[in-house]
Each structure stands twice: as C-alpha cells, then as structure tokens.
Ligand binder design. Sequence first.
Ligand code: CA2
Length: 149
Amino acid sequence: MPKPIYVLNGPNLNLIGLREPAIYGVETLDDIRRRTEKRAETLGLTVDFRQSNHEGELVDWIQQAREGADGIILNAGAYTHTSVAILDALNAASKPVIEVHLSNIFRREPFRHTSYVSPAANGMICGFGPKGYEIAIEAMAELIAKAGR
Ligand code: CA2
C-alpha cells in the first residue's frame, strides 16, 4: 500500500510570500503546498505537507515517517545549519530523503553554506524557489520507482 511523501518545512517558512519577497518570492507556503500536491498527483503520489517552528516537532514527524511515509522532502529552514537532532532523525528514518531550499544557500551568508541535513539526503535542490518542491517530488518518484524494481 503506497504511503504519502512527507514534505516537512521548518521555522519561518510560514512567513514566505508575506515577508522578504526579494529572497523568498511572492508565493505563500500554501501556494507551494498546492503546486506540490498537483505535481505529486500527476506522478501517482500523495503528499502530507506540514510546517513547524519547533525542532522537536520536526524530529517527531521524521520519526513518524519510518512507519508513515514512503519518503521525506525536507526544507529544515534555519535548522538546516544547526541541527544534529534532525540529522540523527533522518539517519534513523531509513527512507529516501530530499533536501530543498527556496534560495541558493551558497550565494548567501557563509553560515548558510553548511547543511547538517545533506549527509542524510539522497540529494539537495536549492535556488529554484517554489519550483524546487516540484523538482523534489519528481526526483522522489524516481527514487521510489527504482527502489521498487
Ligand atoms: O532557502 C530556504 O529555503 C531556507 O531554508 C529558508 C530559511 C533559511 O533560514 C535557510 O537558510 C534557507 C528561512 C525560511 C523563511 O524565513 C523568513 C524570514 C523572514 C521573512 C520571511 C521568511
């Protein structure tokens, strides 16, 4: 029985489209949820799209993914650059993981150039804005199809 792809979003991503449009664009997280769900549907996947400002809640959701999801797409927001707890949870999840960022973190401040999440990810997409979530869904569909072969 296919399970949803968890699309997990970290701190302050609830503010995109409302603040800092020069960096994060004008689409809200709800707009991104809709376009992600739409792309997933065309690929025969379902999405469980969530956002939290709390590190522990993100860790709880990643732990739930072990039983409840076929894969994890994660924009950990600022926790990307700090969280060993999220890295450990991803390593324990035994699921395909794709890391996404709206902005190109390597064109920004040096502290954003390090990702604690990347070592646990199959791949990372950054710099394409909301389109990155669709690219991630496409890549996830391929990873799942390959794993099932
Ligand atoms: O580019 C991304 O997707 C990020 O994960 C977004 C995070 C940032 O900390 C990462 O370095 C890169 C920030 C999420 C949104 O933060 C806002 C802050 C102020 C106003 C609006 C959004």
